[in-house]
Design a protein around this ligand. Structure first.
Ligand SMILES: Nc1ncnc2c1ncn2[C@@H]1O[C@H](COP(=O)(O)OP(=O)(O)OP(=O)(O)O)[C@@H](O)[C@H]1O
Ligand SMILES: [Mg+2]
Length: 247
C-alpha cells in the first residue's frame, strides 16, 4: 500500500509558546482506515485541523500524495481530494438539506470546473440510493433535523464529494446505538470505495477493530502505534497504560 498522507514531525498550538502537538508523525495508507485514539484533550481534533488547514503548524510538514500541503487553506484542500467531517456540525442550519448537500459540489464546479451539473445530478441520485432515509428530508432546514439525521447529511455530503482522504472526527458521539451502527457502516462503505480514512472515535474497541493501523495520542505525542493484532489481549489495561493513566 502507498502512503496518501504523512505527518512529518508536526508541532502545532493555538497560542504563543503552548504546543498542543509535539513532533508528531503518522502515516495514512491509500484506501485504508487509520485510527487515532486518546483521552479528551490529547489533541486528536487538533491533528485533524493541522492536516486540513484550519491550524498552521509551527514546525513539520503535512505531505499529501507526495506534495507538501502544510498550511494550505481548507477550501483548496477539498479540491485536491481531502474532506473533513468535524466533531461538531458543519451544516448551515437555515439552508435546506439539498442546499447543504449540493453546496460543496457547486463550489468545486465553480472553482475547478468539475463536476459539471449533469455529474452533480448523477451523484445526487446515486447518493440517495446509499442514504435513502434522506429522501423525505431534502426540503427540511438542516437545523431542524435530529442529531442522527444531521450526521447522515454530513456523511452523504462527504460521499458526494468523493474525496481520496476523509478525516472523520468523533462521528458517533451523542448518537443512539442504532445510529452508531449506521455511522460505522458508512465508514465501511467509504473504505470499500478505496477512500483513505483517518478516524477518531471514543469507542476505542471499535476503532481498533476496524483500523488497519492505530496510533495512540497522549498529551500531543504519539505514545504507541501498531496493527489491530498488536492491540489484542487486555485492551482496557493496555490502553490505560498507553495513555499513561492510573486508576
Ligand atoms: N481553538 C482553541 N484555542 C485554544 N486551545 C484549544 C483550541 N482547541 C483546542 N484547544 C486545546 O488544545 C488541546 C487539545 O484539544 P483537542 O480538541 O485537539 O483534543 P481532543 O483530543 O480532540 O479532545 P476530545 O476527545 O475532547 O475531542 C486541549 O488542551 C484544548 O483545550
Ligand atoms: Mg476532539
Amino acid at each position: 500500500m502507498s502512503e496518501v498522507l504523512t505527518l512529518d514531525n508536526i508541532t502545532a498550538g493555538y497560542s504563543g509558546d503552548i504546543d498542543v502537538l509535539r513532533t508528531l508523525s503518522l502515516t495514512v495508507e491509500a484506501g485504508s482506515i487509520t485510527g487515532l485514539i486518546g483521552l479528551n484533550g490529547a489533541g486528536k481534533s487538533t491533528v485533524m485541523k493541522a492536516i486540513c488547514g484550519f491550524l498552521k503548524p509551527k514546525h513539520g510538514r503535512v505531505v499529501y500524495q507526495g506534495e507538501d500541503i502544510t498550511g494550505i487553506a481548507p477550501h483548496q484542500l477539498s479540491a485536491r481530494g481531502i474532506w473533513y467531517i468535524p466533531q461538531e456540525s458543519s451544516l448551515f442550519p437555515f439552508m435546506t438539506v439539498t442546499e447543504n448537500l449540493r453546496l460543496p459540489l457547486e463550489g468545486l464546479s465553480r472553482s475547478v470546473g468539475q463536476p459539471d451539473r449533469a455529474e452533480i445530478d448523477r451523484r445526487f441520485e446515486e447518493m440517495l440510493e446509499k442514504f435513502p432515509a434522506l429522501q423525505p428530508k431534502l426540503r427540511a432546514q438542516a437545523g431542524d433535523l435530529s442529531g442522527g439525521q444531521q450526521k447522515m447529511v454530513e456523511f452523504a455530503k462527504a460521499w458526494l464529494v468523493r474525496p481520496r482522504l476523509c478525516l472523520i472526527d468523533e462521528p458517533s458521539i451523542g448518537l443512539a446505538p442504532k445510529i452508531v451502527e449506521e455511522v460505522f457502516q458508512w465508514i465501511h462503505l467509504f473504505a470499500s470505495e478505496q477512500m483513505a480514512i483517518l478516524l477518531v472515535d471514543h469507542n476505542v474497541r471499535r476503532v481498533i477493530a476496524m483500523s488497519h493501523r492505530i496510533y495512540v495520542l497522549s498529551l500531543g505525542e504519539i505514545t504507541a502505534s501498531g496493527a489491530p493484532a498488536d492491540f489484542a489481549g487486555n485492551l482496557h489495561e493496555q490502553v490505560k497504560a498507553w495513555l499513561g493513566i492510573n486508576f
